[in-house]
Design a protein around this ligand. Sequence first.
Ligand code: AP5
Length: 225
Amino acid sequence: MPELNLILLGPPGAGKGTQAERLQVDFGLAHVSTGDMLRSQVADGTELGRRAKDYMDKGDLVPDEVIVDMLTERIEAADAREGFLLDGFPRNESQADTLDAALGRHGRRLSAALMIAVPDEELVRRLTGRRVCVKNPSHIYHVEFDPPKHEGVCDQDGARLIQRDDDSEETIRRRLEVYHGQTAPLIAYYERAGLLRRFDGTRPPDEVHRHLRATLATLRLEEQI
Ligand code: AP5
């Protein structure tokens, strides 16, 4: 089976994590979320976590040198050798160049960059209402759009649901500013590379998932030819 090496692009709250949880099951890909990796380092009180925390709390990007080695090691791990789904990386052109170089060193390449588009005001509504499982951050809910069966409790493992520290309205607005200034130029970057696929993220999660799944199924067939 050919590797599918994918990037999920899109603003904060576009639904990258929501869709990654589904696609990793559909296609057997490793879900690599740099945000989750950083939050786990913060929770464990590591040196890397201490360096990252202030940037994350403000809604700024952590410096490249904090994140790049962690990411390149992760995509070389055994479970990512058959393909991966990057969620939250790259965030700027320098990270995109680093990723290309890291893959090239191992004779690998990207298969596609999947761009999920949603307007800013909708993103603020989504992020202020988001709740995540304290035990597994891939279990994502929304108080209005995707509520759990029992308030405050994860449907999948019964753990407590919490609000992320950076999901306050002020920090969300800063994250959107950072996205438009530093990450959105990657849309043109991957378009130039012929890798960009666009999806309407304002559709309900199941519909977005169907579109993504159909595109990836075709991509996998094309890679086999
Ligand atoms: P990160 O964790 O990557 O956050 P983000 O990019 O801001 O993205 P989110 O996780 O907030 O949103 P999402 O698109 O995954 O949306 P979700 O599926 O949860 O980064 C956090 C911080 O870490 C950064 O600010 C930075 O400091 C640092 N960082 C991380 N990577 C870095 C890097 N590479 N370099 C430097 N710094 C880095 O959905 C959101 C909500 O909407 C949920 O409630 C969900 O239920 C709901 N929802 C989802 N889809 C739909 C839909 N179709 N309709 C209605 N509701 C929906």
